[in-house]
Design a protein around this ligand. Structure first.
Ligand code: UDX
Length: 479
């Protein structure tokens, strides 16, 4: 059955959700208070880099089933309203800033009575602290026939359309899973997702708080997994081990799994960093701060890896003042133009603060990087031009074009063939053979001499093993 849906908030999550819902056969109106963004979307232009999104957007617009507006009155008659607003970190602390979400719910409440009597579902998709849905439901309570559900979104940037249309699972948070009116709400959301559910996608119904916690727990777990391997990486540097060997071997244990064990300069983006901080703030508000205290360490490990890149640069170049350093990558991860809390830009800023002359290159994120770094660093789209004259090259975002760089041709561009591989995607032996001095985070070659006693034979075989490492196997392609 075709439903009319509204999606309030057309950032990454909302815009992708709106366009994807037309693929499921519904009529969709996307709403945002940002008129420029709405105009771009209405013209079929993606306001961010996301593979496959523009096609879905244009298909939706051409079908006549997708449109965008800034006017709440236009969405009043929708059957289901999705809330896809951002919940960034608060300026004054670790907690989540819910002001956009709250403003949207208030604005929606103003127009909803237009449908008095009809069934209306409001579905929160934003990542929020536990307790938010119940509070928002109370604000909407007075509106007859209205129900609120919380349905967290797990999409990854770079795979957003695929993750939205083929999720691993659907999570429905309701005010009371055994209440009869919850059944009605569940049935209505099932209609929205009918084509996804036909494929036997697991659908889990639970209370609001559990649904809210599913999302933040999932992100906190992923962040912890990355920081775990990065902490091991520090041990590898201290002992002369190679973290890619360790990750590969522990990842073969099914209980651990190989995904999210890619050691390097760590996690960034608009979700993981702010979500672990908001989770800690929320635990504190609920009087169980110590339960999530370890996330402080997860955050600290992540920050230390960024600092480590700068230390390595100093070890290789000595004083960084006036030295020419090229940073490969600005986005927080490949196939994205998102620079929010990007490790690459953070490191570029630290190198700059140490006096280096920094050039940053990235296939998609330079425009956004300009907003963060201003004119302080040189931004160069063309990789070959960016490499020209570099005394040190630092790979911080593993775009395929950087993974596939040819060390021989790259060495003819740079002033000095020195490389720091901050993502462990280059084959050190191959680069060394082409004349490069290369250091990688957490790999034996990073450390001149182990700081603990290691039997000679072991040290020799650790070196020899490096030649056998196939980075494509050790570093599984982005999942
Ligand atoms: C994340 C969650 O994966 C997604 O489910 C949620 O909905 C939003 O937050 P995203 O922010 O798009 O998605 O990025 P993700 O692919 O999770 O990567 C996050 C960061 O971790 C990136 O900076 C990435 O480079 C880094 N990372 C990832 C590692 O450093 N090592 C790894 O092994 C994996």
């Amino acid at each position: 059955m075709t439903l009319t849906l509204s999606v309030i908030g057309t950032g990454y999550l909302g815009a992708v959700h709106a366009a994807s819902m037309t693929e499921l056969g519904h009529d969709v109106i996307g709403l945002d208070v940002d008129a420029a963004r709405i105009a771009a979307l209405q013209e079929g232009r993606a306001p961010f880099h996301e593979p496959g999104f523009e096609e879905v957007l244009q298909r939706g617009l051409e079908s006549g089933r997708l449109r965008f507006t800034t006017d709440y009155a236009e969405i009043a008659r929708a059957d289901v309203h999705f809330l896809g607003l951002g919940t960034p970190q608060r300026a004054d602390g670790f907690g989540a800033d819910l002001s956009h979400l709250e403003a949207a719910v208030d604005a929606l409440a103003e127009v909803l009575p237009a449908r008095a009597g009809a069934r209306t579902l409001v579905v929160g998709k934003s990542t929020v602290p536990a307790g938010t849905a119940r509070r928002l439901a109370a604000r909407l309570e007075a509106i007859e026939g209205m129900q609120l559900m919380w349905n967290p979104e797990f999409l990854r940037e770079g795979f957003a359309v695929r993750d939205t249309l083929s999720p691993d699972r659907l999570v429905y948070g309701v005010h009371d899973p055994v209440a009869p009116d919850a059944e009605q709400a569940v049935a209505m959301l099932d209609e929205v997702y009918a084509r996804i559910l036909e494929r036997e996608t697991p659908r889990l119904v639970m209370g609001y708080e559990a649904a809210e916690l599913v999302k933040v727990s999932a992100n906190a777990f992923l962040a912890t997994k990355i920081s775990f391997i990065n902490a091991v990486s520090e041990m590898c540097e201290a002992t002369g081990a190679d973290v890619t060997d360790v990750a590969r071997a522990i990842g073969m244990d099914d209980r651990i799994g190989s995904k999210f064990l890619r050691a390097g300069v760590g996690f960034g983006g608009g979700c993981l960093p702010k979500d672990i901080r908001a989770f800690m703030a929320s635990a504190e508000e609920h009087g169980v701060a110590e339960s999530l205290g370890f996330l402080r360490e997860v955050d600290a490990v992540n920050g230390r890896r960024r600092a480590r890149v700068v230390d390595l640069a100093s070890e290789m170049l000595g004083d960084l003042d006036g030295r020419r350093i090229t940073v490969l990558g600005a986005a927080f991860k490949p196939d994205s133009d998102d620079v929010r809390d990007s490790p690459a830009l953070d490191v570029a800023g630290r190198l700059l603060a140490a006096g280096a002359q920094v050039t940053v290159t990235d296939p998609a994120a330079l425009e956004n990087a300009r907003g963060r770094l201003g004119d302080l660093v040189e931004l160069e789209q063309d990789t070959a031009v960016a490499l020209r004259g570099a005394e040190l090259t630092v790979l911080l975002t593993e775009w395929s074009e950087y993974r596939e760089l040819d060390p021989t041709s790259a060495s003819s561009l740079v002033a000095e063939p020195r490389m720091i591989d901050g993502r462990n995607v280059l084959e050190p032996q191959q680069w060394r053979e082409a004349g490069w001095e290369i250091r990688s985070l957490g790999r034996a070659n990073t450390v001149p001499a182990p700081r603990v006693a290691v039997p000679d034979a072991a040290a020799v075989s650790a070196e020899a093993d490096l030649a056998d490492v196939d980075p494509a196997v050790v570093q599984p392609a982005l999942v």
